[in-house]
Design a binder for this molecule. Structure first.
Ligand SMILES: Nc1ccn([C@@H]2O[C@H](COP(=O)(O)OP(=O)(O)OP(=O)(O)O)[C@@H](O)[C@H]2O)c(=O)n1
Ligand SMILES: C[C@](O)(CO)[C@H](O)COP(=O)(O)O
Length: 250
């Protein structure tokens, strides 16, 4: 949880937008993914606490499932969260991109830096959050945490028949590839412009800034910032939390 002895990154006013409106189809049937529990606590609450743990973050905007904003408000009210942080809940949209835009629309004037963080990455450590904020404060318009890949990657052509073998066309140089996580951090005005300008569907916010022709930089990500996507990821997340409980001595 938050460590109040940690110095607040000074100066810039930072908000976090948490897109949490997805269904979690790849996780299988059940409640919307962000509302499913890890160690008895909804994934979304873990993600909100991960953002609020950074003393740089003064406002968290949660983008709830379209028909679930009231339920999410109740959820936030019923869990202990840092008092120094304000929380706002808005309903989301049909795509992650639309949900992020709706979250941006809810930001008050005066925000300099925006973090966009998947509710589906509930266990990101605060040091990673702070490193992203710091890199934006140092002047990068867009910052992504990322890790080197463990697997070799192949670029393929579509299979001739569904489920058939896919021809390999290239093997990109692995040393230059990174697996990108969140929170991604942005100069507020840049991210708003990216969302106003880029109309094709993309899978992360940084690629919208790339399309504006602006620089995006990578800072080290963290293994525990993995995305809960498939059922096995739930097992890993529970194991990470169990290890943290052990290390914390309770
Ligand atoms: N319409 C959407 C779709 C996704 N998200 C959010 O975007 C993040 C990353 O998306 P992903 O892990 O793909 O979540 P889902 O879309 O829920 O997963 P799936 O594709 O398996 O349904 C999640 O926190 C998810 O809640 C969102 O806010 N609005
Ligand atoms: C934003 C993201 O988490 C970075 O890795 C990822 O692109 C989200 O993709 P998804 O298809 O919505 O899971």
């Amino acid at each position: 949880m938050s460590d109040d002895s940690r110095p607040a990154p000074s100066g810039a006013r930072t908000a976090a937008v948490i897109p949490a409106a997805g269904r979690g189809v790849r996780l299988g049937p059940g409640a919307p993914k962000a509302l499913r529990t890890l160690n008895g606590t909804p994934m979304l609450i873990h993600a909100v606490r991960a953002m609020a743990a950074s003393r740089g973050v003064r406002l968290v905007v949660v983008v709830a499932p379209p028909d679930g904003a009231a339920e999410v408000k109740t959820l936030l009210d019923s869990h202990a969260l840092p008092e120094r942080t304000d929380f706002v809940v808005v309903p989301g949209g049909d795509s992650r991109q639309e949900s992020v835009r709706l979250g941006l629309d809810a930001l008050p004037p005066g925000i300099d830096i925006v973090l966009v963080h998947d509710a589906a990455r509930p266990l990101v450590p605060v040091d990673t959050v702070d490193a992203v904020i710091e890199a934006v404060r140092d002047g990068a318009p867009a910052v992504v945490p990322a890790l080197p890949l463990a697997d070799t990657v192949k670029q393929v052509e579509p299979a001739a028949v569904p489920g058939g073998p896919e021809p390999v066309v290239a093997t990109p140089e692995r040393a230059r590839l990174r697996a990108v996580q969140t929170p991604q951090g942005f100069d507020h005005a840049t991210l708003v412009r990216a969302h106003e300008t880029v109309t094709d569907n993309v899978t992360d916010d940084a690629s919208m800034v790339e399309q504006l022709g602006l620089p995006v930089v990578v800072v080290p990500g963290h293994e525990e910032a993995f995305k809960v996507t498939r059922p096995l990821d739930l097992v890993l997340a529970e194991a990470v939390l169990a290890r943290r409980r052990l290390n914390d001595g309770f």
